[in-house]
Design a protein around this ligand. Sequence first.
Ligand SMILES: [Zn+2]
Length: 214
Amino acid sequence: MSGVKHAGTLELRGERLCLDFANTVGWHASDHPQEWLLSYTDLLNWSLHAGIITEQQNEQLLQDAREQPSLTEGILTRAINLREALYRIFSYVVQGHAPKSEDLAILQEAYIEAISHAHIVPKDDSFTFSWQHNEHALDFPLWSIAHSGRELLLSPELRRVKECPGDGCGWLFLDKSRNQSRRWCNGQDCGNRVRVRQHYQRRVAATSQTDDIL
Ligand SMILES: [Zn+2]
């Protein structure tokens, strides 16, 4: 698989789990989105890549999944519904619109489901939710994603969420720069593409002005 792009090699540039998960679609804001979660195995690959499941857990879940294909199909559908709701919610907020109530309901339902499986455990000097006691549940990856979505939506960090302005890109990220100057999902990629196009447009405009003079 080396060199081949797949769910487990996607760039994680969202700075928050829920945003990275929303970015498991390429060209999300275009009319030709590219889906990277085509199977439950893709969901596990991405979850391992994003650090929400361990290697050992991945192997166990893969093995369990083979015995319950109908269950994993349902979980993939739930994952994609949650992801699209997260994308729309944050994208609407970025644009200054109120998210749709049906999308908030999807997130709320996923969050309540997540919390119903969580244990409160000590972490550093504080406490956190943990799902490790239930690590063999097939929908384990969805819980921390839903939790992350709810946390970000209710956090002051919400105002730092941005959507890449690259044509049709639609990648979401949290701008962690001190002066909030991050514009692109990836300056090498979308940033460059737009700069090249603007340069080309300026050259075309300059040439046509010269033509007018002549
Ligand atoms: Zn972009």
